[in-house]
Design a protein around this ligand. Structure first.
Ligand SMILES: Cc1cc2nc3c(=O)[nH]c(=O)nc-3n(C[C@H](O)[C@H](O)[C@H](O)COP(=O)(O)O)c2cc1C
Length: 215
């Protein structure tokens, strides 16, 4: 028997005055560079007054998404609930063979559960995209692929995405993140916050029916 597709409970968008940002990223590898950059963004977002929900790769080892056989899964439900109410996201992926990791893509596929929302998928959300890879070609091609996924989900990739070559030193002599990467991440976080505020204002102005129609 075909299982119903609507197995995820629905709650409304973030009604608080404070922007809420969901951060997903990293690999399950110890010392994951992409997770490190994701956590740095979390600190920057909190310093700017945002609330955050962090989902490192180790928490996103979800069953493969298959719309016809969704089973209740506590982590997937929590993830979908947080994305549903968020005003923006950070996605930090490794470059794996020219694309984002299967683990992160699978988690993003769960946003299919938001397709019938008044803010479907990542509608209206600013999304900061970060990629780390073992070379510039892999980092940049994967960044383009990640931004394309965000577009498909109707999100707004921030003007600045961050591509990092993880074979080069990420840490300076004082043990801090390299000033160049730190600078890029702070600009990206600033853009997320700014677009999040615009998105909240424009969503309030648009009738729900208009938001629910396809693009
Ligand atoms: C399965 C796999 C595929 C990879 N494919 C590429 C690739 O195509 N291009 C590249 O530059 N690096 C590639 N890498 C290297 C990773 O992108 C790089 O080590 C990255 O920093 C891993 O992220 P992490 O530090 O968060 O674990 C690959 C690594 C793995 C494990």
């Amino acid at each position: 028997m075909t299982k119903p597709r609507h197995s995820f409970s629905s709650i409304s968008a973030n009604s608080s005055a404070v922007p809420h940002i969901v951060i997903i990223g990293g690999t399950t590898r110890a010392s994951s560079t992409s997770e490190r950059l994701a956590r740095h963004c979390e600190r920057l977002l909190q310093a700017r007054g945002s609330t955050t929900a962090m989902f490192p790769a180790g928490e996103l080892e979800l069953p493969m998404y298959a719309p016809e056989r969704q089973q209740p899964h506590p982590v997937a439900e929590h993830f979908i609930r947080e994305v549903r109410r968020c005003d923006g996201m950070v996605i930090a992926s490794p470059g794996y063979h020219g694309g984002i990791s299967g683990l992160l893509k699978n988690a993003l596929d769960y946003t299919e559960e938001l397709r019938s929302d008044s803010r479907p998928y990542l509608h209206g959300r600013a999304v900061g995209c970060i990629v780390t890879a073992a070379g510039w070609q892999g980092a940049n091609s994967t960044l383009a692929a990640l931004r394309s996924v965000v577009h498909a989900l109707r999100g707004w990739p921030t003007p600045l995405g961050v591509a990092v070559n993880s074979t080069q030193p990420l840490i300076d002599e004082a043990g801090a993140l390299s000033p160049d990467i730190e600078h890029q991440l702070s600009i990206m976080v600033q853009q997320i916050m700014q677009i999040a505020q615009w998105g909240r204002a424009s969503d309030a102005a648009l009738p729900t029916r208009e938001l629910a129609t396809g693009t």
